[in-house]
Write a new protein. Structure first.
Length: 77
């Protein structure tokens, strides 16, 4: 199913953890990789997700149209 989904670009993310602090139900920091990943599209109110997008210091988070599968949330390949 395609929908508006939030993505983290791991090639841009610097692991600041701002997103995982702002919307912890949506973003989680992968300690091993040192980058954030999307763990759920529905884990926080949309306003919290929007705030995380706006607060990312390197603009690594973006909205896309795509698959809502959380496992595909780490990277827009
Ligand atoms: S706020 Fe941006 S740079 Fe920081 S962990 Fe999240 S995606 Fe990465």
């Amino acid at each position: 199913m395609t929908a508006r989904v939030v993505r983290v670009d791991p090639s841009v993310c610097v692991g600041s953890a701002t997103c995982s602090s702002t919307a912890p139900g949506v973003f989680a920091l992968d300690q091993e990789a040192g980058v954030a990943r999307v763990i759920s599209q529905d884990g926080a109110p949309i306003t919290d997700i929007e705030e995380a997008v706006s607060l990312c210091p390197v603009e690594a988070i973006a909205w896309e149209t795509g698959d809502r599968d959380p496992s595909s949330g780490a990277s827009p390949a």
